[in-house]
Design a protein around this ligand. Sequence first.
Ligand code: GLA
Length: 397
Amino acid sequence: MGKAKMNNYLLLLTATLLINSSAFAQKFDQLAPSPPMGWNSWNKFGCDVSEELIMGIADAMVSSGMKDAGYEYIVIDDCWQVGRDESGDIIVDEDRFPHGMKYLADYMHSKGFKFGIYSCAGTKTCQGRPGGRGYEFQDARTYARWGVDYLKYDWCYTTTQDPQASYELMRDALYKAGRPVVFSLCEWGQSKPWEWARDVGHLWRTTGDIVDRWDAMMAIFDAQKELARYAGPGHWNDPDMLEVGNGGMTTEEYRTHFSLWCVLAAPLMAGNDLRNMNEETRGILTNKEMIAVNQDTLGRQAFCFRDNGDYEIWVKKLANEEKTVCLLNRSDESKTVELNIPVLLKASDHYWSSDPYELKDYTMRDLWSHKNIDTGEEITEVTLAPHSVKVYRFIKK
Ligand code: GLA
């Protein structure tokens, strides 16, 4: 081969390789500009999932006001799948889902919801059902055919698999299948997905599973402290789904759990039985002022401004130079604390400088009492019940 010919050949080869490797080496953009909101079956129902349950939840989402508050994705977690047929297609549990998944997806879409499903990067799911390993492209095509909008992808039975490569493979498979899907990585934070998953998925679990207990919830919260800088529009840290309403914490503790997830800009996936929830639970999950903080367009995760041991101050910057401050009393006793309001308003994550905001330009609002606070006294005392929060928003006048 002559030199010129050889050069042309190499050029063509490089171009072909580039096109092939980049054609679908990306996630779907613009799908999660704010943290995804919805419901997932796992925390309350485990493997006890069915068409009847999921349709009932969708109906309850509407009648309870959850849909109106912004909850959108309805996700079936583990145990909907029972095997693979001779051509490798995944088989849905026919007893529990008699009309199949497309029917369910259509129902969700007809009610204005998006439909989510669960699988796993390993050979089996965490409950021992068939996993996605080796079937990534085939499964992605199946999900697209059914009308799936959200995929939670777990990390059981992965033996020596490389996490990044495994999740990239499924990302590429979803992209190739052509139907936009929110990709939720459930790798439990083991390989620090916040360092590599920004271009792979829209959210990634940062820890192991949540348990419906105060100390377990707080341990997960504590693990988010150093991760604020990794979150932003389209790519969120996921401290796991909500336990609000599942019975293992007090109403006050659930209000704290929900508030912390809101200021963390965490995905808000309810995990309780929406068909039977009491007024307290409903009130927490549908607090629109708290949800607005979570969904704020700036997409910042709160940082810890002061850690005084039992008592902490967390600050979430919002769009339009607004700010939310969350006071947290993690102790078993009530606490009275002195607040210097102008200092809170200026609180910044850049320790060498503070925000130049002046109190006169803001209204301070309590997001649980839904009342404005009189900031005439710049230093004020606040009493926090055990395991409780106060959440304030500084609203531009
Ligand atoms: C793992 C995940 C959970 C849930 C179960 C299902 O434990 O972390 O969120 O999906 O698997 O088996």
